[in-house]
Ligand binder design. Structure first.
Ligand code: TGC
Ligand code: FAD
Length: 393
């Protein structure tokens, strides 16, 4: 491993915009990642191994469902939650992804659309990390357009019977419960959410192999063949595709902060490297104008991304955020992070492609992050629809 250690990134006294509690949450998470994830992440990435040993410790720190109220949740503000996501992704996008899915895509729909029985049965166990969840929206033929899904639920006495396939599902094979979105035949094919325990007959999950991205995260395909669940497993307040999209808002918001973390990791590594590495006249490469231009671009874009994420977080805390605001933050900040990773990789020269440094791993991860939770172009269309009033999907 290289001797480069993360030192934090703050160009315009961004920290002065944060409260003491916000800085404490950020610093606690940063220390956890530095002590527990950074030492093992390159091995996990090489082996394609999800660091399951961190699941319980992250639960103990209150990372799951951190912004929800009750059920043992940490009741963080949205800005505090965002700062947790930033620090997790500074470690690795796959670990942030795991926490995002558990929090925003499994606990949130149970919290927002579930019955009291469902909330009491699942939320405390998910909060502790005793139970794990996954979110099945995407299908082999329907990614950007989930409204076209083929998965169906049919009422049969006091049960529903589910049939369909879900694809690219984070945590699929390690989940105890899957939040499955399906069209209900008896309700004119309205999309609704179901809690499907993964040990039910007819449910199976298979991991996707050969990923060059998010290698420390589990990604799976799910198959549901006549899976029978009691009617009480329907999320009673789920009401159309809009409910699934509301979950995505939570996850996209976390990704907007997460991208900053990945970018900070790449920038700080490249900055330190540029001061150590000497070429021509025994001078550090940091003394060359073209290196400085790259660093200046990175720190400028990171700073703009911080301000965007913070404003969207403040709006969210005030109940004023629109999904188009979240789309702008997710789109901009992930693009910015990927560009930072590419520039940082150039600054490290050949060392940039080796896993002695975190940069290539972040770059490969960010290619997925740019695609999932709505591709870059889908978010452009969401912003375009908001400003023009015209859908162009
Ligand atoms: P459309 O007709 O536009 O909308 C249907 C209803 O939903 C409302 N709506 C939203 N509500 C809340 N939040 C949002 N973000 C919303 N977007 C739209 C809309 O107003 C409408 O309401 P109503 O009352 O009229 O019924 O739906 P559409 O079928 O045309 O699709 C719109 C589109 C393309 C924007 C949407 O489908 C979309 O966002 N596609 C991208 C799919 C996506 O992001 N999938 C993510 C899967 S999960 C994942 O990737 C997890 S990765 C792991 C991790 O997070 O780390
Ligand atoms: P497509 O929809 O086929 O898009 C292909 C290309 O066409 C993209 O460039 C897209 O922008 C473009 N395109 C599509 N429609 C339009 C249009 N109208 N106008 C212009 N361009 C368009 N899903 C889940 O449900 N749960 C998960 O936990 C989950 N985890 C994931 C983990 C990983 C590692 C990955 C890679 C994906 C995950 N996904 C998950 C799926 C993810 O949300 C989808 O991959 C994403 O929504 C894009 O869908 P797609 O891959 O089918 O691409």
């Amino acid at each position: 491993m290289s001797a480069i250690k993360f030192r934090g990134v703050d160009f315009i006294e961004f920290d002065s915009l944060l409260s003491d509690d916000e800085r404490l949450v950020r610093d606690t998470t940063r220390k956890f990642i530095e002590d527990n994830l950074v030492p093992i992440i390159e091995e996990c990435n090489r082996a394609g191994r999800f660091p399951r040993e961190l699941v319980k410790p992250m639960g103990d720190l209150g990372f799951y469902g951190a912004s929800l109220k009750g059920y043992g949740c940490a009741e963080m503000s949205n800005v505090e939650y965002g700062l947790v996501m930033q620090e997790l992704e500074r470690g690795d996008s796959g670990v942030r992804s795991f926490v995002s899915v558990q929090s925003a895509l499994v606990m949130y729909p149970i919290y927002a659309f579930g019955s009291d029985e469902q909330k009491n049965a699942w939320l405390p166990a998910l909060q502790k990390g005793d139970k794990l969840g996954c979110f099945g929206l995407t299908e082999p033929g329907f990614g950007s357009n989930p409204g076209g899904m083929l998965t169906r639920a049919r009422k049969d006495g006091n049960d529903y019977v589910l049939n369909g396939d879900k694809m690219w599902i984070t945590s699929g094979t390690i989940a105890d419960v899957a939040v499955i979105w399906a069209k209900v035949e008896e309700e004119d094919n309205k999309i609704r959410g179901f809690l499907v325990e993964t040990d039910r007959p007819g449910f199976s999950a298979q991991d996707v192999h050969g990923k060059w991205s998010l290698r420390a995260s589990v990604t799976s395909g799910l198959s549901l063949q006549d899976v029978r669940v009691p009617a009480c497993n329907l999320l009673p307040k789920s009401d159309g595709l809009k409910s699934a999209l509301m979950c995505l808002n939570q996850a996209r918001y976390g990704i907007a902060w997460g991208g900053i973390g990945a970018a900070m990791s790449c920038y700080d590594c490249a900055l330190q490297y540029s001061l150590l590495r000497k070429q021509f006249r025994d001078q550090p490469i940091a003394s060359h104008q073209l290196i400085q231009e790259k660093l200046a671009w990175m720190i400028t874009e990171i700073t703009k991304a911080q301000l965007l994420a913070l404003q969207v977080g403040r709006l969210k805390d005030e109940g004023k955020v629109g999904h188009q605001h979240i789309s702008m933050a997710k789109r901009n900040n992930v693009w910015m992070a990927l560009e930072c990773a590419r520039l940082a990789r150039e600054i490290l020269g050949a060392n940039g492609v080796a896993d002695d440094y975190p940069i290539m791993r972040h770059m490969m991860n960010l290619e997925s992050v740019k695609t999932y939770e709505g591709t870059q172009d889908i978010h452009a269309l969401i912003i375009g629809a908001a400003v023009t009033g015209v859908d162009a999907f």
